[in-house]
Design a protein. Structure first.
Length: 288
């Protein structure tokens, strides 16, 4: 199509996606999920499952009501730490339902919902190595996952403290954890809750310890949405607010953090933190 020189067409940068319109017209929502992010987003019996996935299913139910659409089909797209922002920006997924940290830098790339979990960066090591403080990593090989905030934090502390850490990159969390398990890395740096899940699922959980010292202050996970689509974010947040304030969130949380998690049946026995309770009582955006 040709445009006359005197008519300005909006640039792609000025246009924002209209996800609600797309869902209403197509009757489909595309959800990005992870393969092994227990208990947030993983594959169980061939289907995505987990705490974040269940929350997103509730959001889809809410969208059916608010959009007056009798049914919304869910299409799932597997994503990784390295591909998730690319896929949301390209419009290949409408929501990413996983364990993605919301911070100021990432809000330049995507929108985030109200927080649904609070975590901090720590490291896991073999218990017999007696590594607990960040300083204990000096001169050692440390695994990290490509495309994560944890890798950025590890590199920053490595530079600022002159630790001379050798960073070993991995595409996934399980591969990085396996490096610690088989002795190829001294430690693996990641969100503490994800480390707890990996340890709990290990053949011998007592063989591992998670550091008491953090590499970051606590930060929230949010469901990631397309950048600039404020109407969609407002609607999703309204649905989440109902889930939080009517008490549904308690049963959902307890199912994944205080009950046996399939398929292995380990129980994380993790009560809801005071920081998360604050966001549940008073749903609000995280803007730090």
């Amino acid at each position: 199509m040709m445009f006359s020189a005197g008519i300005a067409s909006p640039s792609a940068a000025d246009q924002h996606p209209d996800t609600l319109k797309k869902i209403r017209e197509k009757g489909v929502i595309v959800i990005g999920h992870r393969l092994t992010e227990v208990p947030f987003s993983y594959v169980l019996d061939g289907k995505p499952a987990g705490y974040s996935i269940e929350l997103c299913h509730r959001i889809v139910d809410g969208l059916k009501a608010s959009l007056k659409v009798p049914d919304i089909a869910i299409e799932y797209v597997p994503v990784t730490a390295a591909t998730r922002f690319v896929l949301i920006k390209a419009g290949k997924i409408d929501m990413e339902c996983a364990a993605t940290t919301n911070n100021a830098e990432r809000r330049k790339l995507a929108e985030f919902t109200y927080p649904h979990f609070i975590t901090a960066t720590r490291f896991v090591a073999k218990a017999n190595a007696h590594l607990d403080k960040v300083a204990d990593l000096a001169g050692r090989s440390v695994a990290a996952t490509t495309g994560t905030i944890n890798l950025e934090q590890l590199n920053a502390v490595n530079r600022s403290r002159g630790l001379n850490v050798s960073v070993l990159l991995n595409k996934g969390h399980k591969e990085a954890f396996d490096m610690v398990e088989n002795g190829r890395a001294s430690a693996f740096v990641m969100d503490d809750i994800l480390l707890a899940g990996l340890v709990a699922a290990a053949s011998d959980p007592s063989a591992f310890t998670i550091s008491s010292e953090t590499l970051s202050p606590p930060e929230p996970y949010g469901i990631m949405l397309p950048s600039g689509d404020l109407a969609f974010k407002t609607e999703v947040n309204a649905i989440l607010k109902r889930i939080y304030t009517n008490g549904e969130i308690t049963a959902i949380y307890d199912r994944w953090f205080q009950s046996p998690v399939p398929p292995d049946g380990f129980n994380m026995k993790l009560p809801m933190s005071d920081e998360l309770k604050s966001f549940i009582r008073e749903p609000r955006e995280y803007d730090h």
